[in-house]
Design a protein around this ligand. Structure first.
Ligand code: AMP
Length: 189
């Protein structure tokens, strides 16, 4: 199995690159953000529970997020591998993901972090808000989510660095150029 974590701040291009990766490597894309947004749209009990947190740009508690992610993995028993996008965002999530995959005789092959500076992110997410109308992309929430990434979520990276699984790549430039850099890393796994 080829399991990847695509890591990066809001607006780094994780969604775009994930889509290209699943096409090329025949993987299943699991974006916890997309899953939460689908729950909210469908007004499920989980959606109702998390909608305010997400609209406010806050993280959803680990237990809720982990349970949802594991359920999604279990829905895809035939998968050749997964691209985890937006997960893990905390150390407990990373530890649990390792345990969960190990219980299935599998593991994370590598973690690729897309490097994009704050100014570029703010511009990109503002543009996305105009196009998609995501509630958590509104101006005041954008800054909070970007700061949350640089202050807290990055603390997950040393966990993977210690396991020698982390690669950082430049996330600014043409989509195709960034994709080629990602593939070059993945082809070494
Ligand atoms: P994203 O689309 O990945 O930026 O996620 C949108 C929102 O969903 C985040 O701002 C969080 O509120 C929530 N969320 C997504 N993934 C996670 C996660 N791994 N842990 C906690 N909250 C998450």
């Amino acid at each position: 199995m080829l399991n990847l974590v695509l890591f990066g701040p809001p607006g780094a291009g994780k969604g775009t690159q994930s889509q290209k990766l699943i096409d090329k490597y025949q993987l299943v894309h699991i974006s916890t953000g997309d899953l939460f947004r689908a729950h909210i749209k469908n007004q499920t009990p989980l959606g109702k529970k998390v909608s305010k947190l997400i609209a406010d740009g806050e993280l959803v508690p680990d237990k809720i997020t982990i349970d949802m992610l594991e359920e999604e993995v279990d829905k895809n028993p035939q998968a050749k591998g997964f691209v985890f996008d937006g997960f893990p965002r905390t150390i407990p999530q990373a530890v649990e993901l390792d345990k969960f995959l190990e219980s299935k005789g599998s593991k994370i092959a590598g973690v690729i972090a897309l490097d994009v500076d704050k100014d570029e992110l703010t511009k990109r997410v503002a543009q996305r808000q105009k196009e998609s109308g995501r509630v958590d992309d509104q101006a005041d929430k954008i800054q909070k989510r970007i700061d949350e990434y640089f202050n807290k979520i990055v603390l997950v990276l040393p966990y993977y660095d210690e396991q020698k699984k982390l690669t950082k790549i430049n996330g600014i430039g043409e989509i195709e150029t960034i994709f080629n850099s990602l593939c070059a890393v993945i082809d070494q796994y």
